[in-house]
Each structure stands twice: as C-alpha cells, then as structure tokens.
Design a protein around this ligand. Structure first.
Ligand code: TYM
Length: 334
C-alpha cells in the first residue's frame, strides 16, 4: 500500500491585502507543498474578528485572499482550500480545548502582549484564546507540518503543548505539529522603512502588496531606507541594505544579487541603481499575480464553488477527529 501523505495545514487572516511577507513566509511554501503533501489551506475569518472588522468588508477580504492564493499558484484541485467558519467542528474542539489552556500561559504570549499595547480598549477573550483556536485549526486536521512565517513560531509551540496535554490526559489523538519552511529557517520579511516586519495593516508605504500596481511598487522601493553612503572599508552591511539584498534574492537573478553584494564590498554601491533594479524585478514578479487575482475576483461564483468543495473535504476530516476527541473525553452517550 502506498504510504499516506503527511497532512499540512496553514491559514491566513482576511485582515487586509496580502503582501510579500505572506507570500514568501507562507504561500510560496504552500505552492511547493501541494505536490508532496495532503494540504489544507484556509482563510482564517474567525481569527480576524478579534479586531472587529467592518462587516461589509469581510466578504470582499475573504474572496481576495482566496483569489490571491490561487493566483500565486495554489491549485484547488490539489489542495483543500476553504474558509475557517465553514468548519463548525473547529468551534466545538476549540470549546473543548479551552479547558486545557491556562490563563497564565495565554497572557504571556508575545502576540497577545503586542495587541494589549496596540488596542488597550479592546482586549477581548478572543484575543486571549487566539492561540487555542489556531492550535485547533491545525490539530483538528491532524497536521504534522505547518508552513508559516517566523512570527508564528511561538503559536506552533503552543499547538504542540496543547496536543501533548490532551494526549496525556485523555489518550493519544493528536500528532505534534511543526512550523515548516523549505529553507533552513522560518522567514521574516522586513518592512521597507526598517521598522519591524511587513504587515497587512501597518505602515502601508513600507509594505509591498500583491495588489500594488507597477508605479506603486517602484515608488515604495525607491523610498526604502538605505544607508547614506558606502561605509568604512570592511564594515558590515547595515540592516537596511541587507533587507534590500534579501528582497533581491527573492525576485532577482543570482548575478544581479552578486553584482550588488560585490559593489557593497568594493565600496562603490549606488543605491539609486540598486533600487531601480529591484523595483523592476519586483514589478516583473508581482504583475502576473496581481492580474490573475484581479480576474479571479470578478468571478465570485467560481470562488464560492472552490471554497465549498474545499470545506467539504476539510469538514469530513475534522469531523472524524472531533468524534474521537469527544469519545476520549467521555462525551459519547448514545
Ligand atoms: P497572518 O494572516 O498574520 O499571516 C499569514 C502568513 O503570513 C506570514 N507572514 C510573514 N512571513 C514572513 N514575513 C512577514 N513579514 C510576514 N507577515 C506575515 C505569517 O507567518 C503567516 O504564515 N495566526 C495566523 C493565521 C492562522 C494560522 C492558523 C496559520 C490561523 N490559524 C493555523 C497556520 C495554522 C496569522 O495571523 O497569520
């Protein structure tokens, strides 16, 4: 009998336009993984509710994330592509799992602490238990690999803890999932202004979105932070220049990257030229994705068909896990 393919799960919140961080941290891996694994990829709409998005924006955001995933190369025939809220089993397992999650550990999660700082007037229970819901997204499909960017590493550690805790208390059910990236380590795409990482909702001019038009891409890159000069001989490359080189490695050819790395070493780097080159290479990379995503978004019925078919497969698998969890806990009365 053929060996069963390992299960993969990952999700993206529909909280804004997808950007290079989402692409290179997550989606690029999805596209490769769909050839080798049994993949479940979803739009995390329940997760987006912690920040109270305007109800009239939600549907458009969900559709765009679906379209951008497909435009990036995901094949809905090969993976199960769905929306989280279509899998009601997640909500029930979340309720069950919340009893194994402790206030102390949830309050210590860095993403929770960040949110408390950013939105002190809206520290809701959904924010606190966010890592429990995320763990359940993964565990309910019995996934072992979770392609995510570096910012999600801590959440994966919690998913492993919850899996272990459940298995110890009630009996073996969940495999322990690992964060996954095809390179050696998880990816973090820095923001163009040198302040933190690219993000869907912050610093728009410092984030390149998959929906940005050519002029916007060129403009954002031309304004990216760089060092003012060539630095002392042998000086290490400042982070701002390194960030641009990292972006080049993603979208430019190897000889272009080498040319600018050598230019830095030889102290004759011209940042204007470098940004122009990166701008053009980025435009070439993003244009086909943007155009395909825009076309797909015109066809809402097609997207609905995909999300429905994806949900059917994801629900069937989730229902089996939930049933086993109920049984192990003792909720089986008939
Ligand atoms: P979200 O929606 O913030 O981001 C989606 C994916 O993009 C990655 N990412 C980045 N990677 C590198 N550099 C960046 N600047 C960058 N910004 C974002 C994220 O790491 C993520 O992989 N909690 C998750 C959504 C989620 C989930 C899940 C993921 C809910 N349930 C289950 C995996 C499994 C989140 O907020 O991702």
């Amino acid at each position: 009998m053929a060996k069963e393919k390992e299960i993969v799960v990952s999700g993206i919140r529909p909280t804004g336009y997808l950007h290079l961080g989402n692409y290179f941290g997550a989606i690029r891996n999805y596209v490769r993984m769909q050839e080798e694994f049994n993949c479940y990829f979803f739009v995390a709409d329940w997760h987006s509710l912690t920040t109270h998005p305007d109800p009239k924006d939600l549907q458009g955001n969900v559709m765009r994330v679906l379209a951008e995933n497909i435009a990036s190369g995901l094949d809905p025939e090969k993976v199960s592509l769905y929306v989280q809220s279509d899998i009601k089993e997640i909500a029930e397992l979340y309720l069950l799992m919340n009893n194994l999650a402790y206030m102390g550990e949830l309050e210590k999660v860095p993403t929770f602490k960040d949110k408390v700082r950013q939105q002190p007037d809206n520290v809701n229970a959904g924010l606190l238990t966010y890592p429990v819901l995320m763990s359940v997204d993964i565990l309910i499909q019995r996934a072992v690999k979770v392609p995510v960017g570096k910012d999600q590493g801590q959440h994966l550690e919690m998913a492993r803890n919850f899996a272990q805790r459940f298995n110890r208390r009630y009996g073996q059910l969940f495999p322990e999932p690992e964060a996954f990236n095809y390179g050696d380590s998880l990816v973090r795409i820095a923001s163009l202004d040198g302040n933190g990482k690219m993000s869907k909702s912050e610093n728009e001019m410092a984030t390149i979105y998959l929906a940005d038009d050519d002029e916007k891409i060129r403009k954002k890159i031309s304004k990216a932070k760089t060092d003012s000069g060539n630095g002392e001989p042998g000086a290490p490359m400042p982070e701002s220049v390194q960030n641009l080189i990292e972006l080049m490695k993603l979208v430019s050819t190897a000889d272009v990257v080498k040319f600018y790395e050598d230019a830095w070493t030889n102290q004759n780097i011209r940042f204007g030229d470098m940004k122009k080159q990166l701008g053009e290479d980025m435009v070439k990379f993003i244009t086909p994705i943007r155009e395909k995503a825009a076309a797909l978004q015109q066809d809402k019925d097609f997207l609905r068909k995909i999300m429905k078919a994806g949900a059917e497969k994801a629900r069937a698998n989730a229902a089996q896990t939930l049933q086993q969890a109920q049984k192990l806990i003792g909720i089986n009365y008939y």
